[in-house]
Design a binder for this molecule. Structure first.
Ligand code: 9WO
Length: 245
């Protein structure tokens, strides 16, 4: 069976959404991955199909009930292999490309999308949910974060990226940000393309791109730059780079 995502949400019609388009959409139609969204509300047991309640201890807003979420997680985890269950939340571990690679190496994911003020803490503990954040901002729910995580995973699945794009991880593969890109026209509104790119000297082009990627990384992301230069110091790492100090 292919890589499978189950999304638990109060808005199942949001999926596949943007993931049904473009690269991810073609891969979905080709059967390279699959997705099902489960309506959390369908696991409620009372007449009014209640999924949330007021917080113990008082305060504003509502909290998603652990019993309803546990039933939904149980149903999702019963299918599709032994998949990690992830709760998308700003307090989770920050998503990075290494985490994405790990997720892609497994059979798929079960993604819990919260709404309101969040979910009862006990279901996170009881189900061993892995808490993942896509960045330091608050959304109105976990759904857009689940889409981001799935997009990052799906493009790494075997056969999803064509041979042409198969420098699969242009940014981050070697720990650097992308170098600048140019296409026709060679002169646009008085702005010329860097001449080296028109020179036909492949080695010089490669050297220029590496230097630009390093400059941009150093200027914009000192954190990535520090890690990159540490790795460069390790024996045997990255064939004698960096080129620019
Ligand atoms: C609401 C809130 C209000 C005041 C102070 C802190 C607060 N946190 C939240 C909150 O986390 N609300 C969540 C809405 C409940 C769980 C789902 N929601 C969510 C997930 N918003 N943002 C995300 C998210 C997920 C992954 N990465 C970044 C953001």
């Amino acid at each position: 069976m292919s890589w499978h995502a189950s999304v638990l949400t109060l808005f199942p019609e949001m999926f596949p959404g943007p993931l049904g388009q473009s690269l991810a959409g073609r891969a979905l139609r080709d059967g390279r991955w699959s997705i099902d969204s489960l309506d959390i509300r369908s696991f409620a047991t009372d007449r009014h199909r209640t999924v949330d309640d007021t917080p113990f201890g008082g305060g504003a807003g509502m909290v998603m009930r652990p019993d309803v979420l546990d039933a939904a997680l149980g149903a999702a985890l019963a299918t599709g292999g032994d998949r990690p269950a992830v709760y998308l939340t700003p307090r989770g571990r920050r998503l990075d490309q290494a985490m994405v690679r790990d997720f892609v190496a497994g059979p798929g994911l079960v993604l819990l999308c919260g709404r309101y003020e969040g979910v009862d803490e006990r279901v996170i503990e009881a189900r061993g949910l892995q808490e993942v954040s896509i960045g330091d901002y608050v959304l109105s729910g976990g759904e857009p974060a689940a889409m981001v995580l799935l997009d990052a995973c799906v493009r790494l699945l075997p056969g999803v990226m064509g041979a042409a794009e198969s420098g699969v991880e242009e940014s981050f593969s070697d720990g650097l940000l992308e170098y600048p890109h140019y296409t026709r026209p060679a002169d646009w509104q008085g702005r010329a393309v860097p001449p080296v790119l028109l020179s036909g000297h492949h080695a010089e082009v490669a050297r220029w791109r590496r230097a630009e990627a390093e400059r941009i990384t150093r200027e914009r992301r000192p954190d990535l730059w520090a890690r990159y230069t540490e790795n460069a110091a390790a024996p045997g790492a990255m064939d004698g780079r960096p080129a620019a100090a």
